[in-house]
Ligand binder design. Sequence first.
Ligand code: UGA
Length: 434
Amino acid sequence: MKIAVIGTGYVGLPTGVGFAELGNEVVCIDKIPEKINDLNNGKITLYEQGLEELFLKNKENGRLKFTTNLADGVKGAEVIIIAVGTPTHPVTKEADMKYIHAAAGELSEHIKSYVVVAVKSTVPVGTGDDVEEIISQGKPNSDFDVVSLPEFLREGFAVEDFFNPDRIVIGADSEKAKQKLKELYAPFEGKTNFLFVSRKSSETIKYASNSFLAIKVHYINEMSNFCEKSGANIEEVAMGMGLDTRIGPKFLQPGPGYGGSCFPKDTLAMSCMARKYGVHLNLVETAIRHNELRKADMALRIVDAVGDIKHPRVAVLGLTFKGGTDDVRESPAMDIVEELLRYGLSLKVYDPKGMENAKPMLHDRVYYAKDVEDACAGTDLCVILTEWEEFKKLNFPVLKHNMRSPRIIDMRNLLNSAEINLAGLEYKCLGRLC
Ligand code: UGA
């Protein structure tokens, strides 16, 4: 099938590559010429595990193409997937629809025969109606359907999630569009759950899922605070809770707060959207507020741990919002770093994938270390803020030797406290005595 994907970000690019790998002819379209140049020259523009190989393979075999020219890109496409950003509006805090509306307006003039326009971006309820209206106004009497096709790809695992989805949700109010998408997703038939719902339900499912997961993370962080005071162990508590199939074991890992380009934006958008309908989502609003407070609390713990050391130096391991990605957008680690800088601490930072993306935000206010050892050398405290595999293999005797005061605060509970104590380092983590 011929497909066009508008937007080559963390959603659009893995989606385009994935559909090409399934045998479709895919054209990815983006307005940024530098990005398209890089992609056309075989240079991948973002890090996703396993994506580069598939990208190169499908570019090579001619099933995957890139262009800045929308007219060329959508020519002959049977499905046009809109995967542009819907960032938080700086003033209203709602999802900003300007890129969606622009894409709908621009593509309308290029519709020649029946096409399904599938909105993959995370969008408020009713966006499908707006897109439909914009296209109809742009080109009256054109033959098309607009469907909602929410994506549930996790950053860092986008390729794995694309090929092994928990469910495929299709919000289509027309039978013809439903059939076209069934055809597109035929390779997944019998391998996953298909859910055909109304367009509005589909738009809501995405926000409701992300908000629920954000609340789950907030909840386990609260339980972690409780365990620290009560003497219980959050890992044992999470394990006990997770064995209840109604709760499930996932998203019960305490941390420095949730972040990334989805949860913070989507919880805000969900609560704004609900307020417009006169509904207060108290749980969502509480999670939003307390997730902000958590990051400040984590920074304060670090400052307290440094105590009254003169000219303290702190090693920060991890800048991305989670492991397996190079994305530092809305990263709790970045917010904590900013807070520590406000407290006047001198920081040596290291992240396996996120350094380049962090530099335009942190400039020369921190020391950029080349590896873990370099980051920790001469410091008074080492703080782990992101759950990278690499950090699980810290060489404790080397750290003990190289650090000015050998102490670790592990805000992802990655390390084994017995081993660290044996090596003679001080260790603190979340939700339990260490
Ligand atoms: C999230 C959803 O998980 C995807 O299903 C969805 O498609 C995606 O948003 C999206 O809307 O595009 P993602 O933003 O990649 O995916 O990140 P998650 O893996 O969900 O993690 C979000 C945040 O919660 C991270 O900061 C992570 O460290 C934190 N988290 C997650 C915890 O602190 N504890 C946990 O147990 C789980």
